[in-house]
Design a protein around this ligand. Sequence first.
Ligand code: DC
Length: 228
Amino acid sequence: MSKHVIVAIDGPAGAGKSTLARRLAARLGYLYIDTGAMYRAVALMALRLGISLDEPLKLEQLALASQIELTPDARVLLDGQDVSEAIRQPEISQAASKASAVGGVRRAMVLLQRRMGESHSVVMEGRDIGTVVFPQAQVKVFLDADPAERAGRRVAELRQKGVESDLAEVEREMRERDNRDRTRSEAPLVQAPDAVYFDSTGHTPDQVEEALLRIVRARTSNGKEADR
Ligand code: DC
């Protein structure tokens, strides 16, 4: 049996999953996998090719035909081209949420994600990692935060990149996206029954990192028995 450890981090947009998953992976020496980036890459490709997000069959074919790679330094390659910045545009967030509701797109991405977890210990973040992709993951965390704080964090994140945005608009957009992600029929965002719920509202990233590290260690005898 593989001794690779899977740490699954699920939760709504802006809960701090990316920051925390990246930090945890660095602390543990595991691979960091951002599955949202994969759905974003499919959505970007669709928009670039003029494929409607209401055409599930075309989207599925696109997902199967595209080569999506996540590099060890967390860059995202789409058919060999670095799209790490392009997939972070606000219109891609909504488009990714729509594309990810298509069953065929999900099946293609889940296959890739499972393959990534076969050969390494990973910290994988997304919406369905603990429920669908790796229901047998040794560690599952459902990371949440108050909606107003999640929107505030996203505004600050955008400002750091030199993009000014409206808090109310960001909050509205996030609510719409979360609602779609939670209510879709295929792999909706839901807490796995055996996941640890963690509310990061009012906590610094350092505090959340230490808390999550304690959870990982409690479930994996220090995270040390794993093959990396
Ligand atoms: O994590 P993110 O905000 O970059 O994800 C973008 C969209 O992709 C999100 O709105 C829902 C979808 N997604 C998904 O359905 N399943 C995942 N495991 C990860 C993301």
